[in-house]
Write a protein that binds this ligand. Structure first.
Ligand SMILES: Nc1ncnc2c1ncn2[C@@H]1O[C@H](COP(=O)(O)OP(=O)(O)OP(=O)(O)O)[C@@H](O)[C@H]1O
Length: 236
């Protein structure tokens, strides 16, 4: 199998500025490898650092030490030390990230928002819109909502728009932070099918899923944040 993610010795401390600069150690010395066609589920108690780890894979968080190597365009890129421009290129082509919350852009319709990542890749507007419509239908977003911005949508509707916006690009790596948290059973089933289909095509998936049934349906492997990682305060 081809390796897609290689994490070496990743540590993350947060500085608590309101506590006199005290340091809180969340992750320490994490090693993790993910291959194409795997769905690795990060599983640990609440507050143990699951989202912190996922955000570090996307370089949203700057690690205190360690590497996050992403297989991008035929070579390894350590997104923790790469220049910001290169990180953006890696995200644009290689890393899809679904968070629980949609970043709404004022006045942009749902259809345009979902089609946008494809259009940015040079796909013709009409083709991108057709694919966006297909995904929105599959995710049961009613047609009457397609031409208005999703700012006023329900939590579950926004979450599905967010999923469509990521799934429209065939990213080789998907990072998923609770993508099914606000969904009803039918939509949860659709999203599970989409993620499994992506994995079977060879996408490397890393996700956080609190729901045991969702974990069972998706995980090819569980990654536990080691017990020794229990959150600890370190002297400033
Ligand atoms: N930007 C930040 N600044 C300071 N502390 C942070 C920051 N982000 C996360 N933390 C702290 O790091 C710890 C781990 O948070 P994280 O969100 O990664 O946990 P989690 O395992 O995903 O939790 P949950 O399952 O409840 O979502 C928490 O104690 C949190 O308060």
């Amino acid at each position: 199998m081809s390796r897609r993610i290689e994490v070496n010795g990743l540590s993350k401390d947060f500085t608590l500025h309101l506590q006199g600069g005290q340091q809180m150690s969340i992750l320490s010395g994490i090693d993790m490898q993910v291959d194409a066609g795997e769905c690795v589920v990060i599983h640990a108690p609440s507050g143990a650092g699951k989202s912190t780890l996922l955000r570090s894979l996307y370089a949203n968080y700057r690690a205190s030490s360690g590497q996050v190597n992403i297989w991008h365009d035929g070579a390894w890129v350590d997104v923790q030390s790469a220049p910001a421009r290169q990180v953006l290129t890696v995200r644009h082509h290689t890393l899809g990230f679904v968070t629980q919350f949609l970043r709404v852009i004022p006045r942009i319709s749902t259809l345009d928002l979902v089609a946008e990542p494809l259009i940015n890749r040079g796909v013709e507007k009409q083709v991108a819109h057709e694919q966006a419509e297909e995904l929105l239908s599959r995710l049961r977003i009613p047609k009457r909502l397609w031409h208005i911005p999703p700012a006023t949508f329900s939590g579950g509707e926004q979450q599905r728009v967010n999923i469509a916006r990521t799934m429209i690009c065939d990213y080789p790596i998907l990072l998923l932070d609770e993508p099914t948290a606000s969904l009803d059973e039918a939509n949860r089933g659709t999203v599970i099918d989409m993620i499994n289909a992506a994995r079977e095509r060879g996408v490397a998936v890393v996700g956080i899923f609190h729901d045991e049934a969702v974990r069972q349906a998706l995980a090819t492997r569980i990654f536990s944040i080691p017990a020794a990682q229990a959150v600890s305060l370190v002297a400033a």
